[in-house]
Design a protein around this ligand. Structure first.
Ligand SMILES: [Zn+2]
Length: 298
């Protein structure tokens, strides 16, 4: 079963599930970390879909695991017309039989992404040994892709990934954990940040300088009246309430495209203002907006 690369919610849960297992089992290895590092890994993890910007490739360090689903290798797979593709690893060890690149069905983004998780998790482990346990003991971990990193990554690759049967069982297990949960709870949770909203089919990513991002952020954590929005956004024209209506429509349309009209209406209820706007022309300055970040489906 193929999973849409823009399904951030799936990949977020999938990554958490894999990191949880790896970190729990790591304590029996030479790379054992203090127990709280599993929670730390899950706390600093961010899974997102972002086409541009400095964080385009997945990366990780002592205090971050950043997994971008829009990075070039996964994009290349989506565009590939070949049946198989070489999943490239870091140049200096791309040819290593255990931690190097590998040939994969070009549609199999979940498996390619799983190797990214193991690679980035290895960086997190590497730097938590170096900065967290001791720079003297773990001086081998200092270089980003040095021997220390390679030994951690080799451990994870051999344990979970290099044998194709073990790998498939590992991936299927975590897929099932995530999809089972999703079906059981029937809850839609909006991401904490607007940039992590899934991008609608044929849609554009949200630009960080777009004016309605500011509006969205404003109403995300507050319940705002139209008059507050006009003040906060410094909207200065002959019909500012109508301008607010335009912004809200843009946001609602995006939510509709992502989640369906019914769900969008629950996330951002707009009925009052839209009715009032038609009635009064200027709109109702006292109407208010609030994003509901969690929606329960019937
Ligand atoms: Zn790396």
């Amino acid at each position: 079963m193929n999973i849409d690369i823009k399904n951030v919610k799936f990949f977020d849960s999938f990554t958490r599930s894999i990191i949880t297992q790896c970190m729990e089992e790591l304590k029996d290895s030479e790379f054992a970390l203090p127990l709280d590092r599993k929670e730390k890994a899950l706390r600093v993890l961010k899974v997102f879909y972002r086409k541009r910007g400095h964080n385009n490739v997945p990366k990780a360090g002592n205090n971050a695991i950043l997994m971008n689903l829009a990075y070039w290798q996964l994009e290349k797979m989506l565009l590939s017309k070949e049946k198989t593709i070489w999943i490239k690893e870091y140049n200096s060890f791309d040819k290593d039989r255990e931690i190097g690149g590998f040939t994969l069905d070009s549609k199999d983004i979940v498996t390619a992404y799983t190797s990214d998780i193991l690679h980035e998790l290895s960086h997190f482990i590497q730097y938590n040994l170096y900065y967290g346990v001791g720079m003297k003991t773990w001086s081998i971990m200092r270089k980003p892709h040095g021997n220390g990193f390679k030994s951690v990554y080799r451990y994870l690759r051999n344990k979970y990934f290099n044998d194709v049967n073990i790998r498939n069982a590992f991936i299927d297990k975590h897929k099932e954990i995530v999809l089972g949960k999703t079906n059981r709870t029937n809850v839609i949770e909006l991401p904490e940040n607007i940039f992590n909203l899934p991008i609608p089919e044929n849609g554009k990513a949200i630009r960080s300088n777009a004016k309605y991002v500011q509006l969205y952020s404003l109403i995300y954590n507050n319940e705002l009246k139209v008059s507050d929005i006009i003040t906060a956004m410094k909207i200065d024209n002959s019909n500012p309430a109508n301008k607010v209506r335009v912004y809200i429509s843009d946001l609602r349309n995006r939510l509709k495209d992502i989640y369906s009209p019914t769900i969008a209406a629950q996330i951002l209820p707009t009925k009052n203002f839209f009715n009032n706007a038609f009635e009064y022309g200027q709109g109702d300055q006292n109407s208010s907006y609030k994003i509901n970040p969690t929606i329960k489906l019937d």
